[in-house]
Design a protein around this ligand. Sequence first.
Ligand code: ZN
Length: 297
Amino acid sequence: MVESHSTQSAEKKVYNLPKPTPAFYPHKGSPIYADKAFYKKIADSDKTLVEKHLCQPRTGIAVKVPAGHVFRLTTPEGPQVCDLNIWNLHNPRERFWAARSRQLHSAHVSTYDRLWSNLPYLRPMVTITADSLQERGQDEWGGRLHDLNGTRCDPYVDKLISGQDNDEHCHSNLYRAVQPYGLSEFDVHDVLNVFQVTGLNEYDQYFMEACPAQPGDYFECFSEIDILIAISACPGGDLSQWGWGEDKSNLEGSKMVDCCRPLGVEVYRLNDQSVLESWKSPPTANYKGNHGLKYAN
Ligand SMILES: [Zn+2]
């Protein structure tokens, strides 16, 4: 049995009361939540493929997606975890905020959830329009797909845990992918782990399971503003053989390498632009205060 090292008790308490309501409770007509009928129309409408990229195993790529377009992340050769970062194409200080997106929607996201930007912007950067794995739901351990609880793997935590210097991580893949766009390591941020099954165990600790995606599976988003996205084909692959540390001199023998596959990115334009007639690229949150700061005249 693995020692838990958790401050949390595994003991279950039963209060015989309904669970508390979500802190960010959706009220009818809230601008936070997507108009499902509208986004279904986008998902169902005919589109033209305008760009297609293959992200090789254990690498990262960055792709520009104009506002009003749809992009698909795919697993062309089967199970592979995908770490996603998003920036405003014109202002990289505005970027995806995993924690707020988790609070506004849920810790795992799917169709009609939105990925929000950080402060002081706070607007939907993309709305998820389709997810071929949506029906999978929750498994017997409570694991769910498309994770907002965790973040990217990185060489610093690997060093901390394994004592090794390893360059094969999503953080490094994302950094290399965005460097040609003038972004730095500091621009890499907490990710959405697409195609990744995670949950919290009985001690409230983060766990990961093997990726269930098959060739043909996809995760599709509508771009609300002009964005730059970067993805990493996680060097942990499908997470079936995942572990910290890796013998760089003998990657041939690494089981982790054997379960690494490519990812696809496809960008589509809607053929019938009248579908977007009622849509406007969302403005940033309209807070007009000054955080209580007062200045003398
Ligand atoms: Zn990774």
